[in-house]
Design a protein around this ligand. Structure first.
Ligand code: NAP
Length: 352
């Protein structure tokens, strides 16, 4: 084990997102997974006993005999914590760990919209990481909380950011078709989702609308001024295992052509790719020319689920441009995205 690696913990390690953290961290060059934790129901049990492992590859990423800890500051002492907790427990536990000195990379919605909490996608708004300093000062925390957005929002903003840079985004209408893994494990009952579409995901549309304009907003001093764009989201659960597909219409300043939009997306080389961060995919966006792509089954696992896919860029009679956008909800939209946040924080000198 390299002495240069930083000790990290995963809390919520037994869940859908937690398992992906554990698998990604099993062989990470900069982070060493030293603690795993879950609820009081699981604490004290071996990981292989408490966790319903649902990923391919080595079961429990080789940690089946590791003991799960409770999610308390007394037990979880690693300086960097990846949190895959649900929002309720995150509200209580993440500040305790941050106060005790940990930098917590959270997947929960609990703190995303707090003014002093970075809501981060490294390709989209790396400069927002600077909010961490204001957060520590305001809350007298030695550590801090850095969040990643809701999985649908992550996929959406990856496609919107280069268009905002090139043209300016004025209005967005998005209809999502979201995978069942987005609901955690065991998630949606099979009788509710097989052969069906559920046109409601609790709280999701408001999250997409609010988080998108924060992510695309401008950092001014110790706060983010949200992008002045109208965002309307309609979210649906569909019988797909992994991958959220979004039908996106967008109004851009200057009403550019589909070819100009495709070029702006294709030429985008954001910060993680420039820095060569470990979890950054070679191409942040993959553009598809075929009329029937991207598709979850064919495309979502490419680049370990970290690329976002865009296809069917065409004129929209209402807003000017429409396109299909696809991304991996539990990798790019959760564990992989959060790990990339930590790699960016390390590259910027916030940890290590
Ligand atoms: P999940 O499968 O239901 O897992 C939840 C985890 O939290 C489990 O490890 C569970 O441990 C633990 N937990 C529950 N109650 C707890 C408590 N009171 N104290 C400590 N730990 C507790 O959920 P998930 O889908 O992985 O989602 C985790 C978080 O990521 C959520 O905030 C979710 O909104 C967010 N997120 C999920 C996705 C996605 O696509 N799934 C995408 C982006 C963000 P036990 O096994 O011991 O109960």
């Amino acid at each position: 084990m390299s002495a240069r690696r930083i000790d990290v913990a995963v809390i919520g390690a037994t869940g859908v997102v937690g398992q992906r953290f554990v698998r990604r961290l099993a062989r990470h060059p900069h982070f060493r997974l030293v603690q795993i934790a879950a609820s009081e129901r699981s604490a004290g049990k071996m990981y292989g006993e408490a966790c319903a492992w649902r990923l391919d590859g080595e079961s429990f990423a080789g940690l089946g005999r590791e003991q799960l800890l409770p999610c308390t500051p007394q037990a979880v002492t690693a300086p960097v914590v990846f949190s895959a907790l649900d929002t309720g427990p995150a509200l209580e536990i993440e500040p305790q760990l941050a106060a005790a000195g940990a930098i917590v990379f959270s997947n929960a919605s609990a703190f995303r919209m707090e003014a002093d909490v970075p809501l981060l996608v490294p390709e989209v708004n790396p400069e927002h990481l600077a909010l961490l300093q204001a957060q520590r000062a305001a809350r007298a925390w030695k550590g801090g909380i850095i969040t990643n957005p809701n999985c649908t929002t992550t996929v959406l903003v990856m496609a919107l950011k280069p268009l905002d840079v090139a043209f300016g985004v004025e209005a967005v209408h998005m209809v999502s078709m979201q995978a069942v893994s987005g609901a955690g494990y065991p998630g949606v009952a099979s009788l509710d989702i097989l052969g069906n579409v559920v046109p409601h995901i609790r709280g999701e549309e408001l999250k997409v609308e609010a988080e998108t304009v924060k992510l695309l907003g401008t950092l001014r001093g110790a706060a983010v001024v949200p992008l002045a764009a109208a965002v309307s989201a309609s979210c649906h659960r569909v019988p797909v295992v992994e991958g959220h597909t979004l039908a996106v219409s967008v109004r851009l300043k200057g009403n550019p052509s589909p070819a100009a939009v495709a070029m702006a997306l294709a030429e985008w080389t954001p910060e993680p790719q420039r820095l060569g961060l470990t979890s950054a995919p070679p191409r942040a966006l993959v553009l598809h020319a075929a009329d029937d792509r991207p598709q979850p089954r064919l495309d979502v696992e490419a680049d370990a689920g970290m690329s976002v896919h865009v296809g069917r860029i065409r004129p929209c009679a209402l807003l000017g441009i429409k396109m299909c956008v696809l991304g991996h909800n539990t990798e790019r939209g959760a564990a992989g995205g959060s790990l990339l946040n930590a790699e960016l924080a390390m590259a910027y000198g916030f940890i290590g």
